[in-house]
Write a protein that binds this ligand. Structure first.
Ligand code: FAD
Length: 484
């Protein structure tokens, strides 16, 4: 018997069972082909639009497994994908017919409360980190959905509820252990391999497989002041104007999202009854500081118009981190997202996007989630120099993210067209020319390109890629081509 595997270049190869047995002998996690029971129990990707089936799935239990898997893929020239949390919107963590390294067994989190650091393995998801760090009243700035992978999110930047106070996830990485393309395990920090350390903070999965990160932690929680306000679409333009004015002078402690839901909410008992069947604008915000001071500070965001519903209250930080989880079930939704950094948010744009939300017809899917999300930046995000880390976009006042998520695959064309149409309109008028790659979808013909997002640092990234991955072995990612 043999297994057919895609090669990174050239025709597929047939690998005899004896070759796989050799790999099995080296791996403590598991080596699976689609026929094995273990194959089905691997972590599923989030995006049902990219349910590719690798011919070989290697579940790594530790760094030694990762080294063995990398050596095996390289020596046979096999196309390799790397799966941390599996949340890639572009479907970059699986490929038909290749080999996937699944890091989900590597999700340990070890907190040193005195030093305020945590060592986080490369397959951990956000909820793993929050669970352990909150036991000490500490937090790493990550994202806002608890099942998202720490690795992909951090390597590509990482925006969450703490960003304006404590920066991006990548800004809080003090070091990492990386298995590079040559199979060598390297440390990356300010003192050791500083070029690799620089590149990992925004350059994505281009430089190797991160088996662990060391994060700086901050005193947050266990309760935080949280605002969650649902406004009707008739008030949405007024609310977005007020939101814009507020963030022109807001304290760094406040990080927020204004999510214009362009599809109607389901009649879900977890949602306030007045929004069932309604489109709405939701303003969500967290105050990273004293809870009472925070509830006072967030009051203004609760009074931008008369809300349909207001669930603002002091909340456990872990509950805030899981607040959106129900909207994003793993493996069930087809997803196409796009983003742009916006220079401004003028009145005409606000009026236009609200009108687009009102006019958008319901899709045919049993469940759909179409939204436009405005993230104010500034604060700690903008105090990092663009060249200080590979993540170069530091000055735009807003990130605008557009999301289409739906259940009926027959609807993909319309759903994608809606996201693209609105994105194009906004990008033409407000865009800085760069996008947040972690929020970038992909369909046929759309290559995952790192160039736009990393323009400021593109040349240096290509140089570092040439040092650590000269043959572009790690290419199933928002790819950086090695400098020649
Ligand atoms: P995976 O799909 O596992 O991997 C994607 C790519 O990351 C891989 O192709 C590889 O190149 C790289 N990679 C993964 N693990 C490793 C590793 N250990 N070493 C080296 N490379 C690796 N982003 C935000 O900034 N803030 C948010 O709040 C946020 N919320 C999200 C919510 C949902 C529901 C989803 C689907 C995405 C969200 N994102 C958010 C985007 C998220 O940052 C990206 O999807 C990111 O790629 C997820 O990381 P992952 O490890 O789960 O990805």
């Amino acid at each position: 018997m043999s297994t057919t595997l895609l090669q990174a270049a050239g025709p597929p190869i047939e690998l005899a069972d004896e070759a796989l047995d050799g790999l099995r002998a080296e791996i403590r996690g598991g080596v699976h082909t689609p026929e094995d029971d273990g194959y089905a129990s691997a972590r599923r990707p989030y995006n049902a639009m990219h349910v590719d089936r690798p011919s070989l799935l290697v579940r790594c239990a530790g760094t030694a497994d990762v080294v063995a898997a990398v050596d095996f893929a390289r020596s046979h020239g096999i196309e390799l994908t790397v799966r941390g949390g599996g949340h890639s919107i572009a479907g970059l963590s699986s490929s038909d017919g290749g080999m996937a390294i699944d890091l989900s067994p590597m999700h340990a989190v070890d907190v040193d409360p005195d030093a305020r650091v945590a060592r986080v393995q490369g397959g951990a998801v956000l909820g793993d980190v929050d669970h352990e760090t909150q036991a000490f009243g500490l937090a790493a700035p990550l994202g806002v959905v608890s099942e998202t992978g720490v690795a992909g999110l951090t390597l590509g930047g990482g925006y969450g509820w703490l960003r304006r106070k404590h920066g991006l996830a990548c800004d809080n990485v003090l070091g990492a252990q990386v298995v590079c393309a040559d199979g060598q395990v390297r440390t990356a920090s300010a003192d050791v391999n500083p070029d690799l350390y620089w590149a990992l903070r925004g350059g994505g999965g281009n430089f190797g497989i991160v088996t662990s990160f060391t994060f700086r932690l901050h005193a947050v929680g266990p309760e935080v002041a949280f605002a969650g306000v649902f406004y009707g679409l008739d008030d949405a333009a007024q609310v977005l104007r007020g939101y814009r004015e507020y963030f022109a002078g807001a304290p760094d402690e406040v990080s927020a999202e204004a999510i214009l839901f362009c599809s109607a909410f389901p009649a879900d008992p977890h949602l306030p009854e007045p929004v069932h069947g309604q489109k709405a604008l939701v303003v969500g915000a967290v105050y990273a500081g004293d809870v009472d001071a925070g509830m006072k500070e967030l009051q203004v965001l609760r009074e931008l118009a008369t809300p349909l519903a207001d669930i603002s209250q002091p909340m456990p930080f872990v509950a805030v981190q899981g607040a959106f989880d129900g909207f994003f079930p793993r493996g069930q939704l087809h997803a196409y997202w796009k983003s742009l950094y916006a220079r401004e948010l003028p009145d005409e744009t606000i009026d236009r996007i609200v009108q687009r939300a009102k006019d958008r017809p319901a899709g045919r899917s049993e469940f759909e989630l179409a939204y436009l999300d405005v993230y104010p930046m500034g604060g700690a995000v903008s105090r990092v120099a663009p060249e200080a880390t590979a993540f170069g976009e530091r000055s735009a006042p807003y990130l605008v993210s557009l999301g289409g998520n739906w259940t009926d695959p027959g609807e993909s064309g319309e759903q994608i067209a809606w996201v693209r149409g609105l994105w194009q309109e906004l990008d033409d008028q407000l865009g800085t020319g760069s996008a947040y790659l972690n929020f970038s979808g992909r369909e046929a013909g759309e290559e995952a390109q790192a160039a736009t997002a990393t323009a400021t640092n593109a040349a240096r990234l290509a140089d570092v890629k040439a040092v650590y991955d000269p043959d572009n072995f790690f290419r199933r990612n928002h790819n950086i081509v090695p400098a020649s």
